[in-house]
Design a protein around this ligand. Structure first.
Ligand code: PMP
Length: 428
């Protein structure tokens, strides 16, 4: 770990905590972050030459694994011609056509550069369309680092938020109402008092940024019905869940029709991309067609568009969701067996996302149901996994990502290491 440690020591002098995104700093598992040098299919290789089976997958984009040949070729082809022109390019039309063709909820799409931008822009659009300012979000859902979405519960029943980050004006936070997930009665009550003021409700397709909090179809249907009744838009944030579900998108999984969806991660194949899309009549409100302004110097740049297009072509042509279900089923069986004698930890999977959770009974459906005690056990497990060449996300609140570069043998090894951790009493 010599080179990695040396890099870390240099990094902390010039980058806050040595990183450019907080969770990478290993604060919740301890130790120092590992600097990576290469990706090879299902594996990461660090700057000291150690190889890890990678369940972080760059936090979601790499559904085909690292450096899939088709994606590599697409990127190299574009780069050989130039990488940004600030003009329309064929690559963005190809990706947009693919998205519109494949996704029932999208008649038109606009590309941006991150998931944060996608959600921020979709909410501006919803506000523009409805002429209302307030939005509702759910505790435990993450939608990027937009001011008015970094909001915790306020006090009182129909809660308006209070800022969860310094630097967020309370006046912005108060535009956001927050409530727990999976609370049908609370939802009905909140709409009764606030429904007429809401521009949008934003929910993660499958909430997966605070554990994997799977919602029931009945709850999602109730949400759709209330949005319709009160004339506010339903935004499915599929930045993380998009292209990760057995039916591709979470809204298909639930059989619901959101007004707008936001995307990111997979849709850029690992390049910086976000997107928002929905019905044409809504999307036509975006500038320059309409009065809702949103722009971007590098939006739709050909490298990102080509990487996304190559990823999605491969995704559909080689039936990635089908292959993921095979791999996932294999992992499910191994995990259930390995954890059969374990009381404090459970395993849950949805498509290519899985979560090791610390809860005695059934899997949590709301952030409030998660036991904080798991963090310490997870930190020990995380260290043990690293020692055995397995790279998990450095926080117990994060999910693991499967990809199609993984094999059954890779997953068997993961299960074996988990068994060894159980045997050593790290998890009980
Ligand atoms: N929405 C969701 C559901 C996400 O998971 C994330 C990132 N984890 C974001 C928005 C923000 O995306 P980005 O980090 O690309 O800004």
């Amino acid at each position: 770990m010599k080179t990695s440690q040396a890099l870390y020591e240099k990094a902390v002098a010039v980058l806050p905590a040595g990183v450019n995104s907080p969770v990478r700093a290993f604060r919740s598992v301890g130790g120092t972050p590992i600097f990576m040098e290469r990706g090879e299919g299902a594996y990461l290789v660090d700057v000291d030459g150690n190889r890890y089976l990678d369940f972080c997958g760059s936090w979601g984009p790499l559904v085909l694994g690292h450096r899939h040949p088709r994606v590599t070729a697409a990127i190299e082809d574009v780069v050989s011609r130039g990488w940004t022109f600030g003009t329309p390019v064929a690559e963005e039309v190809a990706l947009a056509e693919m998205v519109v063709d494949k996704l029932r909820a999208v008649e038109m799409v606009r590309f941006v550069n991150s998931g944060t931008e996608a959600v921020m822009s979709a909410i501006r659009l919803a506000r523009g369309c409805t002429g209302r300012d307030r939005v509702l979000k759910f505790r435990g859902c993450y939608h990027g680092h937009v001011d008015y979405l970094l909001v915790d519960a306020g006090s009182g029943l129909a809660t308006f938020g209070t800022a969860s980050s310094a630097g967020v004006p309370e006046a912005f936070a108060r535009l956001t109402a927050t409530m727990p997930l999976n609370d049908p009665a609370g939802l009905a009550q909140l709409f009764e008092s606030l429904g007429g003021e809401l521009a949008a409700v934003v929910i993660e397709g499958v909430p997966a940024n605070n554990g994997l909090l799977v919602q029931t179809p009945e709850y999602v249907a109730q949400l759709r019905e209330l949005c319709d009744r009160y004339g506010c838009l339903l935004i499915f944030d599929e930045v993380l869940s998009g292209f990760r579900m057995p039916k591709v998108m979470a809204y298909e999984q639930y059989g619901v029709s959101p007004d707008l969806i936001t995307m990111g991660k997979v849709i850029g194949g690992g390049m910086p991309v976000g997107a928002y899309g929905g019905r044409a009549e809504i999307m036509q409100r975006i500038a320059p067609l309409g009065d809702v302004y949103q722009a971007g110097t590098l939006s739709g740049n050909p490298v990102a568009m080509a990487a996304g297009y190559a990823t999605l072509r491969e995704y559909y042509e080689s039936d990635v969701p089908g292959r993921i279900e095979e791999l996932g089923g294999h992992l499910d069986r191994g995990m259930q067996d390995a954890l059969s004698s374990v009381a404090e930890m459970g395993y849950l999977r949805q498509g290519s996302l899985f979560w090791l959770y610390f809860h005695r009974d059934e899997a949590p459906r709301a952030a409030e149901d998660i036991s904080g005690q798991g963090a310490e056990v997870y930190a020990r497990l995380h260290r043990f996994m690293l020692e055995h060449s397995i790279y998990l996300a450095p926080s117990s609140y994060e999910v693991g990502f499967l990809n199609t570069a993984m094999t059954e043998a890779d997953l068997d090894r993961f299960v074996e290491v988990l068994r060894a951790a159980v045997k050593e009493g790290l998890v009980q």
